[in-house]
Design a protein around this ligand. Structure first.
Ligand code: GLN
Length: 485
């Protein structure tokens, strides 16, 4: 049963071929048997999941079930879950049990999903390898000596290893797309404001966006139908109608113009990854699309701009963890200042501390104009670069990452090498655009992700292209060797 897609599971449940309790138990058994190898979950909610599954079965029998009734999913441990520990993979929140659900969690609950548990991630979503987690690194199901990507590495690994049919993720600079690429699954980072950020622990508020991670575009569309939409409790949430993301999946790609930015195919791109991407693009051409060479102006500014803005916002967001209100508190503080310094010093890991230092520096009175203000100006240029491309083409395509999954520990002590991993994903967040990563081949026996970037609120188009590609190819069907045993 664990090989079924969400769409197939939903059909099976409605046709009473199996119950949600059976389905849920099946995944819980797999997690218990296999997750020791991957460390993709921080918390497993077996009892609660079975109770939710029984309720879903009752609703299905009564005929008043939601669209995703009885479908087990996992949530990244950055989404607040009422009564269930939400750690953000930090010692700081190791003891934090939220009194409410994030809007994403509420909506997926209302649709009838069953929560299997909370997935591992980089601490406070800062990282590209899932090695900064307080709960230990996650391993890539394709090769356990490699990283799954980050920061939503637990969600990606769990879906790839068939420990959950789908999971939520968040993407501030690539954290849905990059792990999706490295684990061979499908991930969608929606337009900024499309999915509510309420109850999603803040990293960089002007960049953070939640989205679905699953095995296919069709499944991502089903999840988006529930996740997307206006939330009066999130002031940056977009007041725009939500289309039926499943309705347009099969549309023809005839006449579609796909832009290939030369900046995404230059030096630094692994040759085997490039080969897989070109083959995938040729497939899209066969499906009716026209490939257009374009230039994405200012894409070289993405890394420096992001690594000023994201730490700046992080440093202010993380000031709330002070050892007083909630979260970790040091032992026997001598006075208030000692309480603050030691609680924060002991509660945050190295990467989080590094971001706070960089961010505080960039925002300080003497350097604000030189760094933060400059970065805001560069951000505008990056957005204008995309605007110019979208006058010529409908979507932009290229690799999601410069290469396949790298070895555990390979970049851990070299922050700059780690930051370069995001070279193709960051600009999208700075411009607030939607983007996807879909499995598009193998390099070095590990998955390669094709990235599709769309105009604001054009998620339906991205899902359509991804679905057509997945109807014509089977890269998304590949199972990690031994991983889905
Ligand atoms: N890897 C990037 C960072 O470390 C992006 C993380 C994310 O999208 N949450 O900031």
């Amino acid at each position: 049963m664990h090989e079924l897609t969400i769409a197939e599971m939903a059909r099976g449940l409605r046709e009473k071929r199996f119950s949600s309790v059976e389905l849920t138990q099946g995944f819980l058994d797999r997690i218990a048997a296999l997750d020791g190898q991957y460390n993709s979950f921080i918390t497993v909610c077996a009892e609660q999941a079975l109770a939710e599954a029984a309720a879903a079965d009752a609703a299905l029998a009564a005929g008043d079930a939601g669209a995703l009734a009885g479908i087990p999913i996992a949530h990244k441990d950055i989404f607040c879950t009422d009564g269930v520990r939400t750690s953000c993979a930090s010692k700081m929140l190791d003891n934090f049990v939220p009194p409410y659900d994030a809007t994403v969690v509420t909506r997926l609950k209302q649709a009838g999903t069953v929560m299997l548990g909370k997935t591992n991630m980089d601490e406070f979503a800062m990282g590209s390898s899932n090695e900064t987690s307080f709960y230990g690194a996650v391993r890539n199901p394709w090769d356990r000596e490699r990283v799954p990507g980050g920061s939503s590495g637990g969600s990606a690994a769990a879906v790839a290893a068939r420990l959950a049919p789908a999971a939520t993720g968040t993407d501030t600079g690539g954290s849905i797309r990059q792990p999706a690429a490295l684990c061979g699954i499908t991930g969608l980072k929606p337009t900024y404001g499309r999915v509510s950020r309420l109850g999603m622990i803040a990293f960089a508020s002007s960049l953070d966006q939640g989205g679905p991670m699953a095995r296919s575009a069709q499944d991502c569309a089903l999840l988006m139908n529930s996740m997307a939409g206006f939330d009066p409790l999130d002031s940056t949430s977009a007041q725009r109608e939500v289309p039926d993301y499943s309705a347009g999946l099969a549309q023809s790609l005839e006449g579609l113009r796909i832009g290939l930015p030369r900046e995404y195919f230059g030096a630094g791109l692994d040759p085997d990854t490039a080969k897989a991407i070109h083959a995938a693009l040729a497939e899209l051409e066969k499906l009716g699309a026209t490939l257009v060479d374009i230039s994405l102006a200012h894409s070289d500014l993405a890394i420096p701009t992001y690594y000023v803005i994201a730490p700046a916002e992080a440093s202010t967001n993380l000031s709330r963890y002070d050892g007083v209100r909630y979260g970790y508190r040091c032992e026997d503080p001598a006075d208030l200042l000692d309480l603050y310094t030691r609680s924060r010093g002991e509660g945050f890991g190295d990467e989080v501390n590094r971001r706070i230092l960089v961010g505080t520096y960039a925002l300080s009175a003497g350097y604000y104009d030189a760094y933060y203000k400059k970065a805001q100006q560069a951000r505008r240029l990056i957005k204008q670069g995309f605007d110019a491309c979208f006058e010529q083409v409908d979507v932009i395509a290229g690799p999601t990452t410069p290469g396949p999954a790298f070895g555990l520990g390979a970049k851990k002590d070299d922050p700059v090498a780690m930051y370069l991993e995001d070279v193709y994903t960051l600009a999208v967040n700075l411009a607030g655009l939607p983007a996807m990563s879909i499995p598009a081949g193998l390099a070095d026996n590990c998955p390669v992700g094709l990235q599709l970037i769309g105009r604001h609120f054009d998620e339906a188009r991205l899902l359509n292209i991804a679905h057509r590609f997945q109807s014509a190819t089977d890269w998304h069907q590949l199972t990690p060797p031994g991983g889905a045993a």
